[in-house]
Design a binder for this molecule. Structure first.
Ligand SMILES: [Zn+2]
Length: 454
């Protein structure tokens, strides 16, 4: 089906069936990330047989121990400015880790160059553990090609592409263990991060199951996701009401009508905006929901700790291949194996990550104290903000939109020394945000405006 829109047969209700022939996704060269490199990473990780969190750590060729050693060696081989470490945590005793044990995350840090950006950190992450049909089976094969060697391939590809750069703010490439056992590695890392009081702006891009667009996409009655039917599309989940919000914060959110304006949702919109500027990267489909039903992911512990985090996942998941025992049928291997991973699709999602990392780590901070002045009865709106910390701010942009729109619809720029703007729309009828932009056009994640007296 190459036309992408199939007219339904008469016996079906009227709906559009979008199917993507991934082989048709254009090959576009970009920042050294290509399909064959991404597929190689997936094949290599699947070849460890299993990467179950409780699998062997003493076998040189099989199990999670050999896999993490290989991951750290790859990252070290990229050289440049990357600092690589194995980060160890004690696993809690849970139903899925009955004897506790050691959780080892692989962490590669690309230090930021600006002292004024030390309070910020941008993450590109994926879990490297895997499972088969039995969550406690640490012995049998669990190749986890799509879930989640694909995400690891993206983290590796981005680390390689950026290794020799010096971004304004620090970028962290994080590969976690224990995701399938209950998001354990990510939670341990996020909680340690929260304890660092100097970190005030943490942004997380979590990649999990991003290796192929999936069997088909049902979008009954909904418009096409992109004008270009060959463009790869990836779902991007983000929380609305922050999981970490206190009762007082929830009351403020209710007063503002800010249920769709959490830091994670601002991050999601910012990434979608970045993708629109570059046709070679996958187009994110904004899903206004923390995650898929009945499922979880490593972005959630970061949300629990109050950080902005989104999850990338393929367009539609092939449930018959996930979390199953690999098996031969009609001479073909079934299960979560590398042959089902689509290199061009994976590379497009990797380029999306890489582009977003470049922009977000080089952009200034989100302006602090962004607010609408709600002290008087006025027809228009006065927006105010504090300056961003970095010295390379070239301008600020005030953004606004109708309260029923999920994306920013209007904007106006002001000079870097300006801290307020009057906009000809009533504060009652629109949402406002402010972002800081550097001379290269790298824009911060917008800061949502609360209401204040001055
Ligand atoms: Zn996963």
């Amino acid at each position: 089906m190459h036309g992408n829109v199939k007219r339904p047969s008469e016996s079906w209700a009227v709906f559009c069936l979008f199917a993507r022939d991934v082989r048709a996704v254009r090959l576009v060269m970009h920042t050294n990330i290509n399909a064959s490199e991404c597929v190689e990473y997936v094949e290599r990780l699947a070849a460890f047989g299993t990467r179950h969190t409780l699998s062997t750590t003493t076998d040189g060729k099989r199990g999670i121990g050999a896999a993490r050693l290989w991951l750290s060696e790859q990252l070290r081989a990229f050289g440049g400015n990357l600092r690589v470490e194995l980060e160890s945590h004690d696993a809690p005793v849970t139903a899925r880790t009955p004897s506790g044990g050691e959780l080892v995350n692989v962490v590669a840090t690309l230090p930021g160059r600006l002292a004024t950006a030390r309070h910020r950190r941008v993450y590109c992450m994926a879990h490297y553990d895997s499972m088969n049909a039995d969550i406690m089976n640490a012995l049998d094969d669990a190749p986890g090609a799509n879930d989640n060697a694909s995400g690891c391939g993206i983290v590796l590809a981005c680390a390689k592409a950026l290794a020799n750069t010096r971004p304004d703010a620090t970028i962290v490439f994080l590969l976690t263990a224990g995701e399938e056992q209950g998001l354990l590695g990510a939670r341990a890392h996020a909680q340690a991060l929260r304890a660092q009081s100097e970190l005030r702006e943490v942004i997380v891009l979590n990649n999990d199951t991003v290796g192929d667009p999936g069997p088909m996409l049902l979008r009954e009655g909904l418009p096409a996701l992109s004008d270009d039917p060959t463009r790869a599309v990836v779902r991007m989940f983000s929380e609305g009401l922050p999981k970490a919000a206190s009762g007082e914060s929830v009351a403020t959110i209710r007063t503002l009508g800010g249920e769709h304006d959490s830091p994670s949702r601002q991050l999601a919109r910012a990434i979608a905006g970045i993708a629109q500027q570059d046709a070679s990267v996958a187009m994110p489909w904004l899903i206004a929901r923390p995650d898929r039903f009945l499922r979880g992911g490593d972005h959630t512990p970061f949300n629990e700790c109050g950080f902005a985090a989104v999850r990338f996942t393929s367009l539609a998941e092939e449930y018959s291949r996930q979390h199953v025992h690999p098996q031969m049928r009609d001479g073909r291997l079934y299960g979560d194996v590398p042959s089902f991973v689509q290199g061009e699709y994976l590379a497009a999602v990797a380029r999306l990550n890489c582009k977003a990392l470049r922009v977000l780590a080089n952009a200034p901070s989100s302006p602090a104290n962004a607010r609408i002045v709600a002290a008087g009865m006025e027809q228009d709106t006065l927006v105010r903000w504090d300056s961003a910390a970095e010295e390379d701010v070239a301008r600020y942009e005030v953004l606004w939109r109708d309260t029923t729109s999920n994306v920013w619809q209007a904007s106006r720029s002001v000079d870097a020394d300006v801290r307020e703007l009057r906009v000809g729309v009533s504060k009652d009828n629109a949402y406002f945000a402010v972002r800081a932009v550097d001379a290269d056009g790298n824009a911060s994640v917008p800061a949502f405006c609360v209401a204040a007296n001055a």
